[in-house]
Design a protein around this ligand. Structure first.
Ligand SMILES: Cc1cc2nc3c(=O)[nH]c(=O)nc-3n(C[C@H](O)[C@H](O)[C@H](O)COP(=O)(O)OP(=O)(O)OC[C@H]3O[C@@H](n4cnc5c(N)ncnc54)[C@H](O)[C@@H]3O)c2cc1C
Length: 395
């Protein structure tokens, strides 16, 4: 291909939150030409109880972004307390691999930190662009996106790769007809809100069958409080539902909630079965919820998105730099993602089914913790990412 015929970008990434902004940031740091688009607005909130696990915090630390999260006033979490029917198990966060605490930044804090870092690394960023389709070359390979700007103009961009980081209802996945390779059987619902002045001591996870609840300390002196149960119990959600389920799940939390200032409105997720899609093809890839979604009760979607952003960015870089054939690089991305996710996906499906006994849930959570340790080990073994400001340009 002659120079003037090259696509304008190495990658166009659709969706500028944890998965997409992180992928853009890493590709730009590797020296690639990146366009990041989102139909929304920078800094807008989204549905999430936003707790990061160790792997997610480790990624932010490895990429040099944890300081910005801390500087935004995100409180450190030094302890996680699990409450069961007859047992309370506090677990201290052990400092290791540069992670001394966990954090749960609001998405209005975390997502813009990632987007700003991507822009600082050289990515072009456009909000207010809704992608409607992919474009294809004469051989059928995906070679760009087509959409509309907020003001109604047609938007087109060409790239060697299109990355769908556009969430659970991914347009890119639909347009490339990415097959669903695995589907869960459980559906749980969640209703949550942010209380002010609630006494907190780190993350609290309360597990009672069909009445799970939790507390996630976050920015602005607030704590996110959620309940998860079958969709039938949560219904349309809201404060009465949350208060009733918290009272069953953890009576001491119900008392503390009564003493704090409740939010004006709660948000409700009515549930969706977990699913894994094939996440690469000719000229395209999926990352984050677009490729792999699981129920939020195990609070791992963002951590996985930050992990998979790096796995995908490394695969795309290897393909573009010619270090690996494209198929090998992208198949390797999905294989590693699936190896690291498989146990987690299965356990989450069982936990979200709310069919366990009080003894079984403790065993399930211990297995989940072991799967998280494997993930952290893999991430800590990855080579360092080029720091901000040092570009490694490839041909
Ligand atoms: C109730 C609930 C609670 C959760 N709690 C936690 C938790 O505590 N911890 C945790 O780690 N995870 C949690 N999760 C999961 C987590 O929120 C997701 O895994 C994470 O947001 C996925 O990030 P993403 O970047 O893949 O997608 P998203 O965050 O969904 O972002 C997708 C982006 O793509 C954009 N977009 C979509 N379509 C288009 C289009 N056609 N054109 C342009 N842009 C488009 C959207 O505007 C959006 O900004 C929770 C989820 C829910 C529903």
């Amino acid at each position: 291909m002659r120079e003037h015929e090259r696509p304008a970008y190495d990658a166009v990434i659709v969706g500028a939150r944890v998965a997409g902004a992180a992928t853009a940031l890493l590709l730009a740091r590797f020296g690639l030409r990146v366009l990041l688009v989102d139909r929304g607005r920078l800094g807008a909130d989204t549905m999430s109880t936003h707790a990061l696990m160790r792997g997610g915090v480790l990624q932010l630390s490895r990429w040099g972004l944890l300081d910005a999260v801390v500087a935004a006033g995100t409180p450190p979490v030094y302890r996680t307390t699990f409450r069961y029917a007859d047992d309370v198990v506090p677990v201290a966060v052990k400092p290791s691999l540069g992670v001394a605490a966990l954090y749960a930044p609001r998405r209005t804090v975390l997502d813009p930190i990632l987007v700003d870092a991507a822009a600082a690394a050289g990515a072009d960023v456009r909000f207010g662009v809704a992608v409607a389709d992919v474009s294809r070359d004469e051989r059928g390979r995906v070679d760009g996106v087509v959409g509309r700007t907020r003001t109604g103009e047609v938007f087109r961009a060409r790239a060697r790769f299109v990355v769908g980081a556009d969430g659970i209802r991914s347009t890119v996945a639909e347009r490339v007809r990415a097959p669903v390779e695995r589907i869960g059987s459980s559906v749980a619902a969640v209703t949550y809100g942010h209380w002010t002045g609630l006494e907190t001591d780190g993350y609290e996870w309360n597990f009672r069958r069909d009445a799970a609840s939790g507390v996630v300390p976050t920015n602005g002196g607030q704590a996110c409080v959620y309940v998860s149960a079958s969709p039938r119990r949560i219904g349309r959600g809201g404060r009465e539902t949350l208060t009733r389920i918290v009272a069953e799940s953890s009576p001491p939390l119900a008392e503390r909630l009564a003493a704090a200032a409740a939010p004006a409105a709660l948000r409700t997720f009515t549930g969706s079965r977990g699913r894994v899609r094939r996440s690469w093809g000719e000229g395209w890839a999926l990352v984050g919820d677009a490729g792999y979604f699981k129920d939020p009760l195990t609070a791992h979607g963002q951590t996985d998105a930050l992990r998979d952003a790096e796995l995908l960015a490394r695969a795309l870089f290897a393909a573009i730099a010619g270090d690996l054939p494209e198929h090998e690089a992208l198949a390797g991305y999905q294989r590693t993602r699936d190896e690291l996710s498989s146990t987690f996906f299965e356990l989450t499906d069982v936990i979200a089914g709310h069919g366990w006994t009080d003894d079984e849930i403790q065993v399930l959570l211990r297995r989940l913790s072991a799967a998280m340790s494997d993930e952290v080990k893999t991430l800590s073994d990855l080579p360092p990412v080029p720091p901000a400001g040092r570009l490694v340009h490839c041909g």
